[in-house]
Design a protein around this ligand. Structure first.
Ligand SMILES: NC(=O)c1ccc[n+]([C@@H]2O[C@H](COP(=O)([O-])OP(=O)(O)OC[C@H]3O[C@@H](n4cnc5c(N)ncnc54)[C@H](OP(=O)(O)O)[C@@H]3O)[C@@H](O)[C@H]2O)c1
Length: 229
């Protein structure tokens, strides 16, 4: 059996736990130095995953930004940026989204069996659509990624995807950045919604690092024994 990829979750939130606001504009939570740290973390991964809602709302490129880091990856025999991964239950993805148009690397779209045909119609020309079962589960996604040689997966959100990896016990490490302001709007999305998480008052996660980066604070949590101290 192939070992499942090491799974690193990355998230930036406000002091009151929101990962965005309720407007149509993208909310900037990180600062430049922290975005550079995220870039370095991306460069160290084989694949980066976001949910379809994030693809639609944020339209992220999900590429390694630093030319030096891209060159270092290529020198190691890797593509300049990690494989891009998303999951959709609706199949409603726009082939003009930057997830698909930015970069020449592999783009993987996981979806439930019944949505494969629709997803292929929508984005089959610009990505590889993969049947992730019925329902599609994070277990199926990581198993398929392992089979494709992905050893290190970075999950960048949103909350729905983070919640599923956390509650399934599929997360090895969490990078949580807290930005120094409040959103204070219950219509905005939070880091994660309700669920039965493996870490609770009776089983506390281990903090492996706390670092101030300009005006934000990064906390790194070990969520499994695979996470080095
Ligand atoms: N601050 C941060 O670090 C950060 C990072 C990323 C995103 N965000 C924010 O997060 C918000 C989006 O979060 P979100 O929780 O609404 O959405 P999300 O996690 O980005 O995506 C959820 C969508 O992914 C698909 N999906 C997830 N799990 C699935 C499964 N098991 N099977 C099939 N499809 C599945 C569904 O797509 P369909 O709708 O197509 O069925 C679902 O609606 C945005 O506001 C974004 O700005 C913040």
């Amino acid at each position: 059996m192939t070992t499942r990829p090491y799974v690193l979750l990355s998230c930036a939130m406000s002091i009151d736990g929101y990962i965005d606001d309720a407007t149509t504009e993208r909310l900037l939570l990180s600062n430049d130095d922290d975005l550079d740290r995220v870039d370095a973390t991306r460069a160290g991964c084989d694949a980066i995953m976001v949910g379809a809602a994030t693809v639609r709302r944020d339209d992220p490129r999900l590429l390694v930004r630093s030319e030096r880091r891209r060159a270092e990856r290529v020198a190691r025999g890797l593509p300049p940026s990690p494989v891009k991964v998303t999951v959709t239950g609706s199949g409603d993805l726009d082939p003009r989204a930057r997830f698909f148009t930015a970069g020449d690397g592999l783009k993987l779209v996981y979806c439930p069996s019944g949505v494969v045909d629709k997803a292929r119609e929508q984005v089959g020309a610009v990505s590889t659509v993969v049947d992730a079962g019925d329902p599609a589960t994070p277990e199926a996604v990581v198993a398929d990624l392992a089979g494709r040689g992905v050893a290190r997966l970075m999950v960048e959100g949103g909350g729905s995807v983070h919640r599923q990896f956390l509650t399934a016990g599929l997360a090895d490490e969490l990078h949580l950045v807290v930005a120094p302001f409040f959103v204070g709007d219950g219509r905005a999305p939070r880091f994660v919604g309700d669920g039965r998480f493996p870490w609770h008052p009776g089983r506390r996660a281990r903090v492996v690092e706390v670092r101030q980066i300009g005006d934000v604070v990064l906390t790194r949590y070990a969520l499994s024994d695979r996470c080095p101290a």
